[in-house]
Design a binder for this molecule. Structure first.
Ligand SMILES: *Cc1c(COP(=O)(O)O)cnc(C)c1O
Length: 409
């Protein structure tokens, strides 16, 4: 890096905010942000004034509307996307000794959920274009212990689900799709949420719709839906037959579950937000398209790609820096953009390189070259449905300013 530092010093940095220049904008623009309307607030207040603030009618109403919106038979709410992932792993029957194959380029919760049930995450590298789990790499890692395949729809671009479902069919596996980025995406006109055996969503404030904290699992299989509900509520089952014999107070705990319930306030907020999902996706698409047009000629970047037949949900807009064509490393460009008050981010540090995974599983750098190569070059630009045209233009101006500054001659 010594020579890079020297090369950087040779530039005149004065225009960059990082070195005392005027920032492109005065106020910090985050990479993601919720949008709460007056109707959202009214919906939550109505619940607060009602008799039910948890396990009430808002839960069923949100679940029913959500299932309809993604085209699934069942939708089950959870207290977070992470809880929803955990429940999906339980529903799929993962236990000690079982393996789940997942991508390293994801949020750690995608892999952690297997560990919660005693399973083992097995990583497989990603596709070079979409950065989603590679079916060919998955195929090489299937063993008699494999129970689930756990793809993640990176940035909002669905993984190659048909190829993964074909593999799952062939080997008798369950596909749990982490679609926390991909609410509103479609593949060949079919909606994410209706494609995999189990599909998991998050309603964290940076996602397409929010409940504060919250999550959902969708499925078409009644037995999986039953197990999801069981797990959400301590593993407790109420059966009319048992209650007839023992009394109306009677229930049985038949599995070790959790309290992963989402409140009625959260569900009312989610139901109100769901009305704007389509508009949110359209708005994100329009911003992403403007970014891609603006950066088509910018030196030193690779733009996110979209496969044919895919409707991208645009949770993230990740640029990949071509470091060979830039006179700065990623850290320098990141700092320079932050100094311009553009809230860039990095998605993600590969999961296997976190200290916990290194220590417990002995992973080292170099294990997944495509994911690691991308992870060292990725930079996420601000993108959310509540962004103004001015916010969008500030991002374009700042990225153009910083990247042209560092462009190699
Ligand atoms: C947001 C997210 C999660 C976790 O969701 P929470 O609701 O924050 O628990 C899991 N996986 C991915 C890919 C996510 O983006």
């Amino acid at each position: 890096m010594q020579t890079d530092v020297l090369k950087t010093r040779a530039l005149d940095h004065k225009s960059l905010a990082l070195y005392g220049g005027q920032p492109i904008r005065a106020r910090y623009l985050p990479y993601g942000h919720q949008e709460i309307t007056a109707e959202d607030i009214e919906a939550v207040v109505r619940v607060l004034r009602s008799d039910w603030i948890t396990t009430g009618p808002a839960v069923a109403a949100f679940e029913e509307a959500f299932a309809g919106s993604v085209g699934a038979r069942y939708a089950v709410t959870f207290s977070s996307g992470t809880a929803a992932l955990h429940a999906a792993v339980f529903a799929a029957g993962v236990g000690p000794g079982d393996e789940g194959i997942t991508a390293p380029l994801t949020f750690c919760a995608t892999a952690n959920c297997l560990l919660y049930q005693g399973g083992t995450p097995v990583f497989a590298d990603v596709e070079p274009d979409t950065l989603t789990l590679s079916p060919a790499e998955v195929a090489r890692r299937i063993t008699p212990r494999t129970k689930v395949i756990l793809p993640m729809d990176y940035g909002g671009h669905p993984a190659d689900l048909q190829a993964l479902l074909d593999l799952a069919d062939h080997h008798g596996l369950t596909v749990i799709e982490d679609a926390c980025h991909a609410l509103g995406a479609t593949v060949a006109g079919r909606r994410v949420g209706s494609l995999s055996h189990l599909t998991v969503f998050s309603f964290h404030p940076v996602k397409h719709i929010t409940t504060g904290e919250g999550g959902m699992v969708t499925t078409d299989r009644p037995e999986l839906a039953r197990r999801l509900r069981l797990f959400r509520n301590h593993g407790i089952e109420y059966s009319p037959q048992h209650q007839e014999i023992n009394g109306p107070w009677y229930y049985e705990m038949i599995a070790l579950g959790q309290n992963y319930r989402l409140t009625d306030m959260g569900c009312a907020l989610g139901l109100s937000q769901l009305q704007r999902l389509e508009a949110n996706v359209v708005r994100r698409q329009a911003i992403a398209q403007r970014y891609s047009e603006a950066f088509a000629q910018t030196p030193g970047v690779v733009l996110p790609s979209v496969r044919s037949g895919v409707r991208h949900a645009w949770h993230l807009y990740p640029l990949r820096l071509e470091l060979e064509r830039l006179r700065a490393d990623r850290a320098e460009i990141f700092r320079a953009l932050r100094a311009e008050n553009i809230g860039v981010n990095v998605h993600y540090i590969p999961v296997h390189l976190h200290p916990y995974y290194r220590q417990h599983f002995g992973y080292r750098g170099g294990a997944f070259p495509i994911a690691e190569h991308a992870a060292a070059r990725l930079i996420t630009l601000p993108l959310f449905h509540g962004m103004s045209a001015q916010d969008r233009d500030d991002v374009i101006e700042a990225v153009t300013k910083v990247l042209s500054h560092y462009a190699a001659p």
